[in-house]
Structure formats: structure tokens, C-alpha cells
Design a binder for this molecule. Structure first.
Ligand SMILES: [Zn+2]
Length: 423
């Protein structure tokens, strides 16, 4: 007995001595929000999307001293403290200021035809009597249901500019982003983020709307109606990277030209000011609930959910328009221990659709499922083999979170265990 105990102690000591590197500038100790299950490894996307490599410090979701995440705190405020009538009045004032009566567009709605952008555009047009021009950065590979929803959206009475980036360049950047950052969605995210303000400038429609403010950042505050200018602007191209490669190197070594890359780069801050561009969140003015947005989209445009659940989760209606989308979530699982079911369950838990216990069970069941359905399409898109795919996955696997045991990779501290017996 005593010997066993000694062995245990020795075992613990060896474990403690063996310090694993913490990649991506994440917190070493994993914590889960006591309300919604999101972990403190959750990265926040900001301007750092242009960063050089995957090891620069990552800003992560904030937790308070009681172990509650910023998104949950903001949700409480949304429910109990914000005067939504007052906020809606501010929205009417804003719309009154920009509304046009000569038939021209008076605002831009950035969106994919998913439930949130559908609701934003529909409310603005039919409730607030605006005339929105909707703007879409095309997915890498449309799913059938995604394309049908896009048609339903336009069919419900909206003009749309569907921007397809140069296919050759988009493939190159996506491949580089996968191989250099294990972030295949980085070029898409940058392109999408930068498109609406540029279209706004081009067509002289300065008022731009998005859906909900990034709730993970916590309370956007009383001046949080607008997305900050610096998020959408930039002129210092020498310091920017795409797919983890400096712009200069993309031109010199990868055969890209500045013209090819322009679509991904932000609008110049001077032009942004000159044109008086303002990017607002509709979700700051009206109370936002993702599931309600889904019901709204079904009712008003005939939005279709999938017939089967999304791989890696249990949901059927979020982010279903791009065949490569599951790999965005899968790479997040490898790097941050957070898969798609975690995002879905955390959000539903926060919005009181499911309990925390149910959320934990859903994460345990689905979060680590490998997305097989479009795997070959994804490999073909990138032009890589399965072997190369796996090589990149293992190169970026976060060893602070994962351990290899019984012939497979397992999370050291999954949400369904939270504390290991030896802690
Ligand atoms: Zn939370």
C-alpha cells in the first residue's frame, strides 16, 4: 500500500517536471465557463488575422473571478439591463438619417444568406423601410442547401452582389493558410470582412450593417453600436501577411500580384473617412438570439435547415453553406480543443435553449467527430493528399491540450471531466 502511494507520488512528480510548451500564446491552464462550457482557450479574431505566424500571442475570451465568460456576462446584461426600446429608437434615428426615397440603395448588408444576414436584411427592408444592397463573399465550395438558401434570400426581395474571388489566388492563399497556420478559413474571413466597406465606398452607400457584435468580447458597451474603424482599415501592406506569408513574398515567390491580393486587403483609412463609412451592428440595436434568427429566416424567406446534423455537432442550421466549413472547426479543435459542438452548445446554453449538463453531453458525443462527408472535396480544393493533411494536423496539434493514449489523441482535460483525478 505504502509502496503504491510512493509510486503515485513519483508519478505525479515526473508529470509535473515535464513541462509542455503552450502554443499560440494561449493560457496554460484550461478552464471552462461555469455557465456555458466555452473554454478559456477560445481565441478572439481581431486584426491579428494578418499576423505572420501561428505562435504570436492570441487574445482569448475573458473570464471573471467567478469563472463566468465574457459572452455569458453580456448575455445577462442583454436580458436584464439593456433598454431595448431605447436602442430601437436609436436605430430608427439612424435609418431616418440615411434612408433614401429615390429608389437608390441606402445601406449595405454583409452576409452569406445564412440565418443571421437574412434576418438583418429582412428587418431593415420590411420593418425599418430601408433599401439594402446585400453583399456576399462566396464560400469556397457551395453546398446544395447553401446555394438554395442564397436563392431564397434574393428571392425574398433583395438585390445582391455575389463576389467570387479569383479562384486560383483563393486556392493558393487557402492552401498556404492551411499549411502555415492550420487556419484554412483565414483568407475567406479577411476577404469577407473587408468586402462590405469597399463596396460601400465604391457605390457611395456609407451605412453598412452586420448582425450581432462579437459577443465573446463581452459587453460592447454604449458606444458598441459601430464596429471600430481600425478593424476594417489598413494601409501598411508591408507589414501584412496572407496565409502566414508576407505580401512581398507572395508576389516574389508565389507568383501573385498586388491586383490578385487586393480583394483580401482592408480599405485605406483615408478613403474610409472621406466616404463617411460607418459599420453598425443590428444586434446592438435589437435583441439578438441565434435560434430566433433561424425561426425568423424560416418564416420570412423559406430558409432551409439541413436534413441531417452537421458533422462534429448536433445542429442543422448554422454555417451550412460551405463544404469546407467543417475543416475550419476541425482545425480549431486541434489547436484550441474547441470543436463545432462546443460553439453550438455554448451558444444554446447561454441563450437558455439547453442546460449546461446537456451541453456537456453533446460536446462529449459530437465535438471530436472527424468530418468525412466533404473530406475529399476539401483535399481536392487544396490540391493536397490525405497524408499531407494529416501531417499538417499533427504539426499544429496543441500538446498542452492533447495527449496520445491508447492509440489515439485525447484531450487531457475535456469538459466532461473538467478535473483529472490526479489534480
Ligand atoms: Zn460562458
Amino acid at each position: 500500500m505504502a509502496e503504491n502511494r510512493l509510486e503515485d507520488v513519483n508519478h505525479q512528480q515526473t508529470e509535473q517536471v515535464e513541462v509542455v510548451d503552450v502554443p499560440y500564446g494561449l493560457p496554460r491552464e484550461v478552464k471552462y465557463c461555469t455557465k456555458c462550457i466555452i473554454s478559456n482557450q477560445r481565441p478572439l479574431a481581431k486584426k491579428s488575422e494578418f499576423k505572420h505566424n501561428s505562435n504570436s500571442a492570441t487574445e482569448t475570451i475573458d473570464f471573471d473571478e467567478t469563472g463566468v465568460c465574457a459572452a455569458c456576462r453580456y448575455h445577462e446584461k442583454k436580458t436584464n439591463q439593456i433598454d431595448w426600446q431605447e436602442r430601437e429608437k436609436l436605430l430608427w434615428d439612424l435609418c431616418d438619417k440615411y434612408r433614401k426615397s429615390d429608389g437608390s440603395h441606402d445601406c449595405i448588408v454583409s452576409g452569406s444568406g445564412g440565418k443571421d444576414s437574412v434576418m438583418v436584411a429582412h428587418l431593415l427592408k420590411y420593418k425599418y423601410k430601408m433599401n439594402p444592397l446585400t453583399v456576399t463573399w462566396a464560400p469556397h465550395m457551395y453546398t446544395e442547401v447553401g446555394w438554395r438558401n442564397m436563392q431564397h434570400w434574393i428571392g425574398a426581395g433583395f438585390d445582391n452582389i455575389l463576389f467570387h474571388p479569383n479562384g486560383k489566388v483563393h486556392k493558393l492563399l487557402t492552401k498556404l493558410a492551411f499549411e502555415n497556420l492550420l487556419h484554412p478559413f483565414q483568407p475567406f474571413i479577411l476577404g469577407q470582412k473587408n468586402l462590405a466597406p469597399k463596396i460601400a465606398a465604391k457605390f457611395d452607400i456609407p451605412l453598412v450593417f452586420y448582425g450581432e457584435p462579437g459577443v465573446d468580447y463581452g459587453d460592447p458597451g454604449n458606444d458598441g453600436a459601430q464596429r471600430k474603424k481600425h478593424y476594417h482599415t489598413g494601409a501598411d501592406y508591408d507589414k501584412m501577411c496572407l496565409g502566414g506569408v508576407p505580401i512581398k513574398e507572395l508576389i516574389e515567390k508565389h507568383g501573385a500580384s498586388m491586383t490578385d491580393l487586393k480583394a483580401y486587403l482592408p480599405i485605406d483609412p483615408e478613403e474610409y473617412d472621406q466616404k463617411g463609412i460607418q459599420v453598425h451592428y443590428l444586434g446592438w440595436y435589437v435583441k439578438w438570439d441565434p435560434q430566433e434568427a433561424y425561426y425568423y429566416a424560416v418564416e420570412h424567406i423559406g430558409f432551409e435547415a439541413n436534413t441531417e446534423r452537421t458533422e462534429g455537432s448536433y445542429s442543422k442550421y448554422s454555417s451550412i453553406d460551405d463544404k469546407s466549413d467543417p475543416f475550419h472547426y476541425y482545425t480549431q479543435l486541434v489547436k484550441f480543443g474547441i470543436g463545432r459542438a462546443t460553439y453550438d452548445a455554448a451558444q444554446e446554453c447561454r441563450n437558455n435553449k439547453i442546460t449546461r449538463e446537456e451541453a456537456v453531453a453533446l460536446v462529449k458525443k459530437f465535438d471530436q467527430e472527424f468530418p468525412k462527408k466533404y473530406f475529399q472535396d476539401f483535399l481536392d480544393y487544396l490540391g493536397i493528399t490525405e497524408g499531407r493533411f494529416l501531417e499538417c494536423i499533427e504539426k499544429f496539434r496543441n500538446k498542452n491540450l492533447w495527449e496520445f493514449a491508447d492509440g489515439t489523441w485525447k484531450l487531457k482535460k475535456p469538459v466532461w471531466v473538467e478535473k483529472r483525478n490526479d489534480e
